[in-house]
Design a protein around this ligand. Structure first.
Ligand code: SAM
Length: 288
């Protein structure tokens, strides 16, 4: 059977099953073989790998993964897609389809069971409405993984990889860069999908660090400080942290910490590097 990356095959499959696209599930199916090859190469899939695919749709990317990986676990929320997947992936014996909401699944338990707790690779053309919770969930729950290679909204890919002093820099950049090294693999225009999304897309690979690039005493406190300083982006860091009800630090304490670090007391959060947030967190954490 010809692959679903051939647009004609995708159109016929959808028609045959009378499938209706669900906007609420962020369904935009890939129809570009070149982009799919690029994703496979960037993810560095080998016959040793156990791959988790989030949202297989009708199985377009799954077909590529099944040919390259040892095993593929594909988690799809839309039950209407399950019979289609059974058909389009019928000739592969290394694909397991799970009809679940990825945000509700205990991925760590799944990896323990299916891959003896060894690191997996995550590959997906993500539903854009839940990109951040999916990626942060994988990192924060410490799912054992080598890398995450995903199609996301281009603007979100940019946010994940920029450094301080740019408008895209924020809590997501810092969180992603604490856990992984980002690399933008390709920009992907709307005409590579059915139906076409309203936004430009990009493939980004996040290679998980064995050890975070900065050392911090209290990871949770650092992320609370980061969130507080970007919640009020145009305020100074001193005001952002001072005004955050969930943080116990006074404006004076934050100002003193900044002085100790050799930074201006009027600096904004968007000017601080990850290393500086870690240092600030250690100074403020030692006060309580
Ligand atoms: N992988 C397919 C492709 O590239 O053609 C489909 C990608 S489409 C952008 C996103 C897929 O994620 C859809 O099939 C959608 O139903 C599924 N999805 C949406 N929310 C989900 C969730 N919470 N858990 C699992 N799958 C979800």
């Amino acid at each position: 059977m010809e692959k679903l990356s051939n647009p004609q095959v995708t159109i016929e499959t959808i028609k045959k099953h009378g499938f209706d696209f669900q906007k609420k599930f962020g369904q935009n199916f890939l129809i570009d073989a070149h982009v799919l090859e690029k994703i496979m190469d960037a993810a560095e899939i080998t016959k040793e790998d156990c791959v988790l695919e989030i949202g297989p749709g009708i199985g377009t990317m799954t077909q590529y993964l099944a040919e390259r990986a040892r095993m593929v676990i594909a988690v799809e929320i839309d039950s209407k897609l399950i019979p289609i997947l059974k058909e389009t992936l019928g000739s592969y014996d290394n694909v397991q389809i799970i009809n679940e909401d990825i945000l509700k699944l205990d991925i760590e338990a799944l990896v323990a069971e299916e891959n003896q707790g060894k690191p997996i690779k995550v590959v997906a053309n993500l539903p854009y409405y839940i990109t951040t919770p999916i990626i942060m969930g994988l990192f924060e729950q410490h799912v054992p993984l080598n890398n995450i290679t995903v199609m996301v909204q281009k603007e979100v890919a940019d946010r994940m990889q920029v450094g301080p002093g740019t408008k895209d820099y924020g809590a997501l950049s810092l969180a992603v860069q604490y856990y992984a090294k980002p690399y933008i693999v390709a920009n992907v225009p709307p005409n590579c999908f059915i139906p076409r999304p309203n936004v430009a897309s990009a493939v980004i690979r996040l290679t998980r660090y064995q050890e975070p690039p900065v050392k911090v005493q209290d990871e949770k406190l650092m992320f609370r400080l980061i969130r507080a300083s970007f919640n009020q982006r145009r305020k100074t860091l001193v005001n952002g942290i001072g005004n955050a009800p969930e943080l116990p630090f006074t404006k004076e304490q934050t100002a003193q910490a900044l002085e100790q670090m050799g930074l201006s007391v009027t600096i904004r959060g968007e000017a601080l590097t990850l290393e500086e947030f870690a240092e600030l967190s250690d100074i403020l954490g030692s006060l309580s």
